[in-house]
Design a binder for this molecule. Structure first.
Ligand code: G
Ligand code: G
Ligand code: MN
Ligand code: NA
Length: 251
């Protein structure tokens, strides 16, 4: 497969880089976290979206190599930015389902924290609802090992799967991210607003911090504030950007 070989080469040739998108505390308006979103600058095809190349990488062990690279480079970057800005900034890194099956995952995370000096509480690992529901017993085990390192855990794209409150409660999670498909309609549709309201209430009932994704205007943000959503992310608050753009250049 041409593209798979290109992707393997991309890792070597440093064609992969990471954009960071701000996550804002709704009450204070402060940036409290950034989500690392991988980008591929292909020499011939230009920028390729992770929506295209992550699924390809997930077909093989390549996703574990990429995942390890992302963990190593983003923890280094954000450890440096925490020092530069003095902000107790949290780094959010996406994990693929297949990475949860990697027996070296926990050691890899531990190694990235140790090497870069990023405090464990400054790292949140995001796992999609569908990845967690695939094999709940196995997911619970690996999440528990990760949490023992002191890192936080988030369920991503929530609402797109079919998990119950009981299932959520059995997993050692800290944060729930509401999928942007629910946020998109909250200003126009009473049903969408009602769904978001009930997700927030349910998440708060089991002590999860709630992040709304895909916030694209002030009206959506105002509704989320009214619904007591904790944090928000989306183009209205900041697009994924190179770190120098987000934090300023450092020497
Ligand atoms: O940034 P963008 O919306 O194009 O990302 C598309 C998808 O790629 C999202 O679902 C996002 O979670 C995923 N993604 C981005 N970066 C990473 C990464 O480093 N690892 C994994 N597993 N997925 C990522
Ligand atoms: O699946 P995950 O939530 O990890 O992916 C985040 C993706 O959502 C990224 O690809 C990012 O570019 C995208 N994204 C972030 N904010 C917005 C937004 O406000 N609107 C839309 N349409 N996409 C967004
Ligand atoms: Mn995510
Ligand atoms: Na998401």
């Amino acid at each position: 497969l041409r593209m798979e070989q290109d992707l393997r080469d991309a890792l070597q040739n440093e064609e992969l880089w990471t954009a960071y998108q701000p996550v804002v505390d709704i009450e204070s308006g402060e940036m409290v976290a950034v989500e690392a979103l991988l980008r591929w600058k292909h020499p011939a095809h230009g920028t390729i979206s992770p929506a295209e190349f992550i699924p390809l990488a997930e077909e093989s062990d390549l996703i574990n190599l990429i995942g390890k690279y992302v963990l190593r480079t983003t923890t280094r970057e954000i450890a440096r930015r925490r020092e530069q800005t003095g902000i107790d900034l949290n780094l959010k890194v996406n994990l693929s389902a297949r990475q949860l099956d990697d027996p070296h995952l926990v050691a890899g995370v531990q190694d990235a924290l140790k090497t870069t000096g990023l405090p464990p509480h400054a790292l949140t690992l995001e796992v999609t609802e569908s990845a967690l529901m695939r094999d709940q017993a196995a997911a619970a085990e690996v999440l528990t090992s990760l949490r023992d390192l002191g890192v936080s855990l988030a369920i991503d794209d929530f609402g797109t799967g079919y998990s119950s409150l009981a299932q959520l409660q059995r997993l050692p999670l800290d944060t729930l991210k509401i999928d942007r498909t629910f946020v998109t309609g909250i200003a126009e549709s009473r049903d969408a607003a009602a769904i978001v309201k009930s997700i927030i209430a349910m998440a708060h009932a089991v002590d999860l911090i709630v992040v709304a994704e895909g916030v694209e205007d002030e009206q959506q943000l105002a509704i989320l504030r009214e619904l007591r959503c904790d944090q928000a992310q989306g183009f209205h608050l900041g697009r994924p950007a190179p770190p120098d753009e987000l934090f300023g250049a450092v020497g």
